[in-house]
Design a protein around this ligand. Sequence first.
Ligand SMILES: Cc1cc2nc3c(=O)[nH]c(=O)nc-3n(C[C@H](O)[C@H](O)[C@H](O)COP(=O)(O)OP(=O)(O)OC[C@H]3O[C@@H](n4cnc5c(N)ncnc54)[C@H](O)[C@@H]3O)c2cc1C
Length: 391
Amino acid sequence: MHVSSTRNVDVIVIGAGAAGLSAAWQCARLGAKSVTVLEKAHFAQASSGLSAGIFNRQTADSADLRTRIASVDILSYLEARNLMTLNRSGYVRLLRTQEQLDQTREAVRSSGSSHSAVLDSKDVAELVPGMWTEDVFGGMYGAQDGHMDGSDLCRAYLQAGRMCGVTYRSRTPVLGSRKRNGRHALKTPAGVIEADVIINAAGSWLSRVGAMIGTSVPIDNQRHQICLVRVPSLMGMSLPIVQTYFPGSGENSVYVRPEGPGKFIAGLHSYESHSASENPDTYGRGVDADYIDRLAESLIQRFPGWEDASLEAGWTGLYPSSPDGRWIIGPHAEDPSVISVGGLGGVGLTVSPAVGLVAAEWAVLEEVSALPPDLVESFKPSRFADAQVDA
Ligand SMILES: Cc1cc2nc3c(=O)[nH]c(=O)nc-3n(C[C@H](O)[C@H](O)[C@H](O)COP(=O)(O)OP(=O)(O)OC[C@H]3O[C@@H](n4cnc5c(N)ncnc54)[C@H](O)[C@@H]3O)c2cc1C
C-alpha cells in the first residue's frame, strides 16, 4: 500500500473566500508545519459572501457530480459539529429535452449516486405548484440538497481551521512577491511573510495574484445579479429550489430558492460566459433595470400560477470562472510550489470542500487521493499554458 508522506512546509493561502479557507483548514489537518491565510479585506467579502448559497448534487456532468458528492459529505461533517447550518429544502433541476433526461439517467446510473431521483414531468409539477411544466420532460431531484449562507460557510472553515492551528490575517493584501533562498517572500503592509508553498485562492483576482507570484492563470469574471421575490400566497408552503439551467445548454436561465415564508431569491444562472470579463475592483454593484425586466419575464413564464409575485432588486457579484468552465486546481509547471485553486464559477460554495482538499493535498502531500486521478489531472492549470492572460 502506498502511503503519502506529509511535507514539513509553511503554507500561505492568499484569499479568505470559500476556496482559500477550505484549503487552509485541510492543509492544517494534513499536518503542514504552519498555515497562514492572508486576506486583503475580510473573509467572505467577495463572491463567497454574495452568493445565493445553493448546494446540490444534481448535475449530469460526471466530474462535477463526483466533486459535489465528495463536497456535500464534508459540508455534512461541518454541520454535524455545529459549525454551520444547512437548509435542506430540496432541489430540482428541470430537464427540458429528451437528451437531458437520458444524460441525467446515465449520470445517476454510472455514479451510483443515492442523492438523486429522476422524476417524470407529473412528479415535477406536483413538487412545485404554479409552475409551467409543458416543456418539462422530467427533473433531477435531491431531497437532501438545499442552501446555506456563504459567510456562515466561511466562518465554519475559519473556526475549523483555527482549531487545527491556522493563522488568519485580515486586511493584509499581498502586494508583491520574490523568491529568497528557495522560499517565497510575500510583501504585505505588515512586512514580508515567508512560505515554502503558496496557495493562490484569490477568486476574481486569481490572474492578478498569479502574475504577482510568477504564475500565469486565466480568469473570466462574469457579473451575476440576484433579486428578491415575494409571493404571499405561498407563505405556508415549503418548496424546493428550482433550477432551469442545464450545464452545457448555453442558456442563462432562471432559478429560485426559498428564503423564508413566501420569500425567494431568484436570478439567471449559467456556466457559460454571457458578457465580457469584469474588473473585480470596479464592476457595477447595483442591479440593472433591464435585468429586473428580463428576470420578471422568465419568472412569469415559468411560474404563471404565482399571480401575486413581486420582485425587488437584491445584489450583484462575480462568478470567477475559468475559460473552459472547469475548476482550476493544482501546481504550476513554471513553479510547482505555487498551487492555484479557483475558477469555481457559479458553484464555488458547493464544491469548495473538495476543491480545497485537493489544493491542500497538492500543497502538503504533493499528490492527491481525494478525487480520482482523471479528475485531478483535468483540473490542472497547465491546460491553459498557451492562454493569453490579462492580469
Ligand atoms: C450572485 C452569485 C450567486 C452565486 N450563487 C452560488 C450558489 O448558489 N451556489 C454556489 O455554490 N456558488 C454560488 N456562487 C459562486 C460562488 O460564490 C463562488 O464560486 C465562490 O464564492 C468563489 O470562491 P473563491 O474563494 O474562489 O473566491 P472569493 O470568495 O472571491 O474569495 C477570494 C478572496 O481573495 C481575496 N484577495 C484577492 N486578492 C488578494 C490579495 N492580493 N491579497 C489577499 N487577498 C486577496 C479577496 O479579497 C477575496 O476575499 C454565486 C456567486 C455569485 C456572485
